[in-house]
Design a protein around this ligand. Structure first.
Ligand SMILES: *Cc1c(COP(=O)(O)O)cnc(C)c1O
Length: 499
């Protein structure tokens, strides 16, 4: 199977090339030329296997230049023993027809692990297939979750180095501790005295700076990217929707061929819900794709009206991983719904870059209406939902998952709740303990984020994930702060690489 660009459909590259290079030179995103099919017989067969076997068979349809043996090595390296128990992505029945798909049992307690544990294995093999044995340097700018998940994924992976920049005041105490105590011989972490945008801008500039590239080449190194538009991060996410459906077949919730489920996803960059769309296109019986947003509801408006307009207030919310006004992966959906019309997609994306706004055509609007339903809620409603779901179902959810739970109840009010529904849960409640605790505890007991983990445990009875509980005693390895200008960041990168 070949991959093409959303902005130029004459492009033709292999999966390994798409993963090794990340983004097409025309600025478009790599997409499969055709979406492979999953038959009912295959679904019955994967239902009998475990998560890793399911991953090998689904990924094999997309990454056709990898052998089955290679994929098995990648999948074993990513998921064996790293996601708590046997069940990598368990489905929890919380109430009538409401099934929570927990995607956060990995090492950093957020769903980014599902893809970022696998990506390093795919990336190193992709580079071997397409480049010439260079050491890969991954640069990441993070607002919290991605940086830690990438560090854990790439830690001690031979042939790779990883450097993460985070805004010194912009991450939670727990997120900071997770990063500055990171173990591994090939990792580097540095705070910058600026905000996330400064970090992001600096990383992009260093990434494309020819002088830095020349310095790296001298040390036989080259940059690559682990950000969420890399196909190697999207493909692993398709697996868990198929796996969840298979689990519902095994539980007897799904009885007959073609029985539908709805899927609800708390959405930021549109990667997670796009994976559900691809699963549906492969033939998985998904009815509605329900897109849940927080107060940054640019996607709710878009999916309802066909007008994308980022010219609006940016809210800082209790679900920070969804605080985003440009949802990059939406471009892949538009490519598909426009009938692979890369000229039209390029027009919309050019308009977005120039004016912050575009409006899709009637054919795309009609397709969206058929496939999606969208809703949003603010912080007050998010916290109220955490409290209500805990009180009524004794299920503790994090702030991002709570947005999905809230939006699903909005959907049920309008359309009823007869269809079994998979609700994607994207983080452990402990990762956002201060907000979650304020939603379920009567009074505030402490200002210390680590004491809050224990308080939340006392109030909820839910176990603290070991990787978070262990943090407190861990030694700080990275305490440097650099300036927010590209030169300081570049100097930090070269120093960390020993160049
Ligand atoms: C990244 C993230 C999201 C948003 O996922 P997208 O794929 O960007 O839509 C939601 N919740 C959590 C906890 C995240 O870390």
């Amino acid at each position: 199977m070949n991959y093409t660009s959303t902005r130029d459909n004459s492009v033709k590259v292999s999966a390994a090339y798409a993963i090794a290079t990340g983004i097409s030179p025309d600025g478009g995103l790599y997409v499969p030329e055709a979406i492979p099919a999953l038959s009912y017989e295959e679904l019955l067969a994967v239902a009998k296997t475990d998560y890793r076997d399911r991953a090998v068979s689904v990924l094999g349809k997309y990454l056709t230049d990898f052998t089955e043996e290679e994929l098995r090595e990648c999948v074993d390296g990513a998921y064996t023993g790293k996601f708590g128990g046997e069940d990598v992505a368990p489905v929890v029945d919380i109430a009538e027809n409401r099934f929570v798909l927990e995607l956060w049992h990995g090492p950093t307690c957020a769903f980014k692990d599902m893809a970022l544990q696998l990506l390093p294995h795919l990336l190193t093999r992709s580079v071997k297939k397409t480049c010439d044995g260079k050491e890969i340097v991954i640069l990441v700018a993070t607002s919290g979750d991605t940086g830690k998940a990438a560090l854990e994924g790439f830690k001690d992976v031979p042939g790779t180095r990883i450097i993460v920049f985070y805004p010194v005041e912009g991450v939670s105490a727990i997120q900071k501790k997770q990063m500055v105590t990171q173990e591994g011989g090939n990792v580097g972490v540095c705070a910058i005295s600026g905000n996330f945008d400064d970090a992001q801008t600096g990383v992009k500039r260093i990434f494309t700076d020819p002088e830095t590239a020349a310095e790296l080449a001298k040390g036989n190194m080259a940059f690559s990217s682990a950000n969420s538009i890399n196909w190697g991060r999207l493909a692993p996410q398709i697996v868990y929707y198929i796996s969840a459906y298979a689990d519902l077949m095994n539980k007897g919730v799904i009885k007959n061929k073609g029985d539908e489920v709805n899927v609800v996803v708390p959405t930021g960059n549109f990667g997670n819900i796009l994976a559900a769309y691809y699963a549906k296109k492969m033939g998985l019986p998904i009815g509605k794709l329900i897109c849940a947003s927080n107060a940054n509801n640019v996607l709710t408006d878009f999916l309802r009206t066909g007008v994308y307009d980022r010219n609006r207030h940016f809210y800082t919310t209790v679900s920070p991983s969804m605080d985003i006004l440009i949802s990059s992966n939406l471009e892949r959906l538009l490519y598909d719904l426009s009938g692979c019309d890369s000229a039209r997609v390029k027009g919309w994306m050019d308009s977005l870059a120039a004016t912050g706004r575009y409006e899709v055509d009637d054919d795309v609007k009609a397709a969206i209406k058929e496939l999606f339903w969208a809703g949003c809620c603010d912080d007050e409603a998010t916290l109220a939902t955490i409290g209500e779901v805990f009180a009524s179902q004794h299920y503790l959810s994090d702030t991002h998952t709570a947005v999905a739970l809230n939006v699903y109840e909005q959907y049920v009010k309008e359309f009823g709740g007869d269809v079994p529904t998979i609700i994607a849960s994207t983080a452990s409640p402990y990762k956002f303990a201060p907000a979650v605790l304020s939603a379920v505890a009567r009074e505030k007991i402490t200002d210390d984020d680590f004491a809050m983990l224990e308080n939340l445990n006392e109030v909820s009875g839910v176990a603290i994930p070991a990787s978070l509980a262990d943090l407190k005693g861990k030694a700080v390895r990275f305490d440097s702060v650099c300036g927010n200008d590209t030169q300081s960041m570049r100097a930090t990168v070269l120093e960390m690489l020993g160049l």
